[in-house]
Design a protein around this ligand. Structure first.
Ligand code: ARG
Length: 280
């Protein structure tokens, strides 16, 4: 019996996400290339408008719960990094960068109050939650990104916690430092991804798993628009922006795409998917 085994009543039977209002959002330090040259560059008013637009869009498709933002934790808005949820188990993140470690107790107590069973990695193993850990739609495989934030050693721990296969992917481009910035498994079995973000053995395992007709490879320009950083629910994809070519490809695969501009959050290195954690 794994701690993450699917038994008992789910806490959230309906599709549910966790978001954090951007009250204290800003770029106050540099921990990824997007933040460079962008110290205090985000407009609070515009960030709030954009976040509300995203919130309304996701709320039209699913339930959205909120965690209270905390002062001096400007990246707390990126709830995808709170942890990884599997059924009623929450594996709480251990941030690599000191700048974000102050978020851990707030997310931990939120998961506790909501009734999740908690699991943690040893303090020496950074793991940045759903930002670096994405399930295939059937839940049979968890893809883990490592190389920048999450440590490769997290795989062994996750394997012991979760009743699924755990497959590592090495990220090599510092602009795509979390797996969810360049990789999005879609419900119809397709993969939306930016191939140049991965090393050769990782690309080989992606290609071994996804047949060519299921792989939607994006160009660098779309990757830089955070097109892979998508919230996906059923046949709906919510993302910052995509080229008309990519929109056509996704429509040909029968997806409806909602573009929600998130320019202020891109200055911190995040977009739609980073701003919402899947809880169900
Ligand atoms: N500034 C944040 C960081 O560098 C952005 C996090 C983006 N989150 C994500 N899931 N990709 O940690």
């Amino acid at each position: 019996m794994y701690p993450g085994e699917t038994t008992g009543t789910p806490l959230f039977p309906r599709p549910t996400f966790l978001m954090c209002p951007p009250r204290f959002f800003d770029v106050q330090y540099v921990i990824n290339p997007w933040m460079e040259g962008n110290l205090h560059a985000p407009s609070y008013a515009l960030a709030l408008t954009q976040w509300k637009h995203l919130h309304t869009t996701i709320e039209s498709l699913a339930e959205v719960l909120l965690i209270e933002p905390k002062p001096a934790l400007p990246d707390m808005v990126f709830t995808a990094n709170a942890g990884l949820v599997h059924h009623n188990l929450a594996i709480v993140s251990r941030f690599r960068c000191r700048e974000r470690q102050g978020e851990e107790p707030h997310f931990r107590s939120w998961f506790t109050v909501e009734g999740f069973t908690l699991a943690e990695l040893p303090p020496s193993i950074p793991f940045e939650g759903e930002g670096d850990a994405l399930f295939t739609p059937d839940g049979a495989r968890l893809w883990i990104g490592h190389g920048w934030r999450t440590d490769l050693a997290s795989h062994e721990v996750l394997r012991a916690l979760l009743p699924c296969e755990v497959a590592p992917l090495r990220l090599i481009d510092p602009r795509f430092y979390h797996l969810d910035t360049c990789f999005a498994p879609l419900p119809g079995g397709e993969l939306l991804y930016y191939p140049a973000a991965f090393d050769a053995p990782s690309l080989a395992s992606i290609e071994a798993f996804y047949p060519a007709h299921k792989r939607v490879a994006v160009e660098e320009a779309d990757a830089l628009r955070f097109a892979c950083n998508a919230v996906v629910l059923g046949t709906t994809i919510v993302l910052n922006a995509a080229s008309s070519q990519l929109l056509e490809t996704l429509e040909a695969h029968r997806y409806t795409v909602h573009q929600v501009p998130l320019s202020e959050f891109l200055k911190a290195g995040g977009a739609a998917k980073c701003l919402a954690l899947r809880l169900s």
